[in-house]
Design a protein around this ligand. Structure first.
Ligand code: 9MG
Length: 278
């Protein structure tokens, strides 16, 4: 066992949708390249997200956007781990590490991360075995292909069934290795190897994934599926992001991964008020 986590159970005992705030720690996400400035800037953003209502912070040191370049394990650790430590020293918040590398996962677990958010669903070498030795939770996301090429002609026999089949296989692998369902979150991966039409089909049928009886995560915030439909630049996608967040939450998403925490909290409060009266 690497360590015992306090938040794992809490994470998965979700009655109303929770907001996961996105914290990018890639060099271009900071105006200044200096190390201390990066940590200060990250802490400032985290504090604001917590004030605004996030109770999970997702730290990412490698972009997963289509066409993004690879980052070495060493560089990713150098970006993510100091920020993880600084957050854990100062805030009582669930921290998720967005990574697909076993080495980064190991460092994250040693430094008290509560959740591993893996867009490759623990398919990289050593990841399943490593998670099996810990008791952190894991988000298994569906992606067809890899970020560099995933938007080149994605193809499915049946979008929803194919993703469900993928989840069946990944859950079975996890269970076999000793990662029980109590630690697993599922995410169908909006924008990851899906066409525009497939992304909206996925959102229309999101409720189907409730059949797994596992917490569902939805990440739609500011994505191209919103920008392309509305013809809006990244900074103009708030209304679209809030609409998709509510649609996903209405269909059972329990964790909504977003950039705009305050506005998403407001939207979800409205949804909760309506749900309570239904
Ligand atoms: C890291 N990352 C970017 N988009 C994401 C999404 O939709 N889901 C999850 N789990 N992670 C994401």
């Amino acid at each position: 066992m690497l360590k015992t986590r306090s938040y794992a159970e809490q994470l998965l005992e979700i009655s109303t949708p929770q907001v996961m705030g996105i914290l990018n720690v890639t060099p271009d996400s900071f105006s200044d390249g200096g190390k201390f400035t990066q940590i200060d800037s990250a802490l400032f953003q985290v504090e604001q997200m917590i004030i605004d209502g996030a109770n999970i912070i997702d730290i990412g040191g490698e972009s997963t956007r289509p066409g993004a370049v690879d980052v070495s394990e060493k560089d990713e650790i150098a970006r993510v781990i100091p920020v993880l430590k600084a957050i854990k020293e100062r805030f009582d918040v669930i921290v998720s590490i967005d990574t697909s590398k076993a080495g980064v996962m190991a460092e994250a677990i040693t430094n008290d991360a509560d959740l591993i958010n893996d867009v490759r669903a623990l398919q990289n070498d050593g990841c399943i075995a490593l998670l099996a030795q810990s008791d952190v939770s894991v988000c298994l996301m569906h992606m067809q292909g890899l970020p560099r090429t995933m938007q080149t002609s994605p193809h499915y026999n049946n979008l929803i069934d194919d993703i469900k089949h993928f989840f069946d296989e990944r859950i079975a692998q996890c269970n076999h290795a000793g990662i029980q369902n109590q630690r697993i979150i599922l995410d169908p991966g909006f924008g990851f190897g899906k066409t525009q039409a497939q992304n909206y089909q996925l959102l229309a049928h999101f409720a189907n994934f409730q059949s797994f009886n596992l917490p569902l995560l939805a990440g739609l915030s500011r994505k191209s599926m919103i920008g392309n439909l509305l013809n809006r630049n990244v900074e103009e996608r708030l209304a679209g992001s809030l609409t998709t967040a509510v649609l996903a939450a209405q269909q059972g998403a329990k964790i909504i991964r977003v950039h705009d925490v305050k506005e998403t909290m407001d939207a979800l409060k409205i949804l909760n008020a309506v749900t309570e009266q239904a």
